[in-house]
Write a protein that binds this ligand. Structure first.
Ligand SMILES: *[C@@H]1O[C@H](CO)[C@@H](O)[C@H](O)[C@H]1NC(C)=O
Ligand SMILES: *[C@@H]1O[C@H](CO)[C@@H](O)[C@H](O)[C@H]1NC(C)=O
Ligand SMILES: *[C@@H]1O[C@H](CO)[C@@H](O)[C@H](O)[C@H]1NC(C)=O
Ligand SMILES: *[C@@H]1O[C@H](CO)[C@@H](O)[C@H](O)[C@H]1NC(C)=O
Ligand SMILES: *[C@@H]1O[C@H](CO)[C@@H](O)[C@H](O)[C@H]1NC(C)=O
Ligand SMILES: *[C@@H]1O[C@H](CO)[C@@H](O)[C@H](O)[C@H]1NC(C)=O
Length: 551
């Protein structure tokens, strides 16, 4: 109670003095009394027997540091660092005289002790927050990290009220399904399938001209560019119908209708009279069938004036109906072996266009094929055309009068045309034979016939009988004077008639002086000893002169 009346400074003074005394004597005797040491201990100190038995002393309690009497201060164990004292991922909490450890947020104690002290076996382990379903909210994707976790948005979701990565409990951010809004509109097109993918197609009456027809809602909330381009359907001019005329048309666009009626001189028999422009940009119909009115037809035919296309239709109709009219091409003949002539049945001043197609075959040469075409315009009543036909070939030639749509066909054989016909008067007439190797390869050999020009001359090119001069015994008759094999000729040969030599086993007998002969060249093609074909041409007309022999 006495102490209570001391001023602060008095107390401090005394305390200091006592400390010094205690230090010096350990036990102080004041006015004959022994001072109770324990009474001077700090409230947070204990009074304990000294180890050496010399009395008592004040010791600061566990967790405090100081002199035990005037000064016992809390020792902050945490100062050294939580990592060092409590371990990894921990927090250290200092208390008066003590401390304790806890795990940092995001970590949990290995033995479920919320509070622990070092070396009690507790470790702080990372908490896998992502194990909690839906921790990142709808559309969120959790990523566990050491001591924390992050949220990102899944594909098809977009972050709102913040940025990625976010923390659902700390940020306001959240994932929301991506919404691209309304799909883009394209001209003349319609959208189907609304959703995250839309399909465009062209409106009725339009057709796709190009471009892609799909658009997607992308992750970042935009539609991919749709490029579909649609164009209005246009069928063009309505079609022509046989023996019919167009009466009206509402246009050329989709859904347009064109009406038809039979031409003059024809009557409606069946079918639809109208044509409609359809989605495929083509006219559908008309299917009407107009038939010729027989009475009118006769009138039309009697007026064979300028024959327009309508008139030509009539001619075709007549032909199909077996009504006799003059064909556009008649009296078709071959002359000079390579030229054609015919009679044209047309109105005087009209120009007719002809198409000539000729196809050549050789029975003896399978691989040979010659197909060509020629066009001719003519106003003539008797048109002519010469074709570059190849020799020893069987040609089928068709001529079409294009506007009259009439075709006439004939077949003709060309002969060996490689030699020039000559008339020679010489003692030893020499004839020149040249081959154009590429067109006549199948020829095996040539035979040269001598025909005395007497009386009626008969020569059969196809005759297999091969008369030679010596066996003939009839010098006035025809005979083979030479047989020339291809291998002996090469590209050309000069054959001198009557030189007295043997050619291919045939005697080239001298010609009689003053006599006239025809020399015929026969080309023979054969395979394996079988004669396949032959062709003859008059090579020359010669007059023998100054012969050595007289038989
Ligand atoms: C002694 O320690 C307690 C806590 O243990 C504290 O509240 C008190 O203030 C301390 N006393 C003094 C005088 O420092
Ligand atoms: C979309 O385009 C594709 C390919 O270009 C095509 O095959 C498909 O038919 C189109 N769909 C529509 C509805 O036009
Ligand atoms: C087409 O027109 C003719 C008259 O020109 C008519 O007799 C016929 O019934 C019509 N046909 C159709 C299918 O409309
Ligand atoms: C020519 O053609 C006709 C008919 O196609 C045929 O009979 C004949 O044998 C052919 N002649 C030749 C030489 O090819
Ligand atoms: C062409 O020759 C073959 C036989 O070689 C014959 O059958 C055919 O009638 C001939 N054709 C003409 C148009 O001369
Ligand atoms: C054949 O005669 C002609 C003209 O006289 C000559 O140009 C040619 O060279 C001769 N050919 C041969 C193979 O003798």
């Amino acid at each position: 109670s006495k102490r209570g009346k001391w001023t602060y400074f008095e107390r401090m003074y005394w305390r200091t003095a006592l400390v010094i005394l205690a230090f010096l004597t350990h036990a102080i005797t004041v006015t004959g009394q022994t001072l109770d040491v324990c009474a001077t201990c700090h409230p947070n100190a204990t009074c304990e027997e000294k180890v050496d038995g010399t009395g008592k002393a004040c010791n600061c309690m566990y967790g405090f540091v100081g002199n035990g009497r005037t000064y016992c201060q809390d020792k902050n164990e945490c100062q050294i660092g939580a990592n060092k004292i409590c371990g990894q991922h921990t927090a250290c909490h200092n208390t008066y005289g003590s401390f304790y450890c806890t795990c940092l947020a995001g970590y949990s104690p290995s033995n479920n002790m919320a509070i622990f002290i070092p070396n009690d076996g507790t470790r702080c382990q990372d908490i896998n927050e992502c194990r909690v379903q839906g921790i990142c909210g709808e559309g969120g994707k959790c990523t566990n990290m050491q001591g924390y976790f992050n949220c990102l948005c899944q594909v098809g979701y977009q972050v709102h009220n913040g940025a990625e990565p976010f923390h659902p409990h700390q940020d306001k951010a959240l994932c929301k399904e991506v919404d691209c809004g309304l799909p883009p509109a394209l001209p003349h097109s319609v959208i189907t399938n609304p959703g995250s993918t839309v399909l465009f197609y062209c409106k009725e009456g339009f057709h796709r001209e190009g471009g892609g027809n799909i658009s997607y809602c992308t992750e970042n909330g935009f539609w991919t560019k749709a490029t579909l381009s649609c164009k209005a359907i246009d069928c063009g001019q309505p079609p022509l119908a046989l023996n019919a005329v167009q009466l009206s048309a509402t246009g050329t666009h989709y859904g347009s209708v064109a009406k038809f009626g039979c031409s003059e001189g024809f009557f409606w028999k069946s079918g639809e009279n109208s044509s409609v422009c359809g989605a495929e940009s083509v006219w559908k119909g008309p299917s009407l069938v107009c038939e010729a009115n027989p009475i009118l037809l006769r009138d039309q035919l009697s007026v064979r004036a300028h024959c327009n296309s309508y008139c030509r239709e009539l001619i075709i109709l007549c032909q199909s109906a077996h009504i006799q009219i003059d064909p556009a091409i008649s009296d078709l003949v071959v002359f000079n072996e390579k030229c054609l002539r015919w009679k044209a049945d047309k109105y005087e001043e009209d120009t007719e266009n002809y198409r000539v197609i000729f196809v050549g075959f050789r029975a003896y040469q399978r691989s040979f094929h010659d197909k060509r075409k020629k066009l001719l315009s003519s106003t003539s009543d008797h048109p002519e055309i010469c074709l570059n036909l190849l020799p020893v070939t069987n040609y089928t030639i068709s001529i079409t009068a294009l506007s009259a749509r009439f075709t006439s066909t004939l077949t003709t054989n060309t002969s060996l045309q490689e030699i020039l016909y000559r008339e020679i008067e010489a003692p030893l007439p020499t004839l020149w034979l040249r081959r154009s190797a590429n067109t006549l390869d199948p020829i095996s050999f040539y035979q040269v016939f001598v025909l005395p020009l007497e009386g009626t001359l008969v020569f059969d090119c196809s005759s297999l009988n091969t008369p030679d001069f010596s066996s003939q015994r009839k010098p006035h008759g025809q005979y083979i004077t030479a047989q020339l094999h291809l291998r002996d000729i090469g590209n050309e040969i000069n054959l001198t008639l009557g030189d007295g030599h043997y050619y291919g086993g045939f005697y080239n007998a001298p010609l009689q002086n003053g006599r006239d002969y025809y020399i015929i060249l026969r080309a023979v093609s054969q395979w394996g000893g079988v004669r396949l074909t032959h062709s003859c041409v008059i090579w020359a007309k010669v007059r023998g002169k100054g012969s050595f022999y007289h038989i």
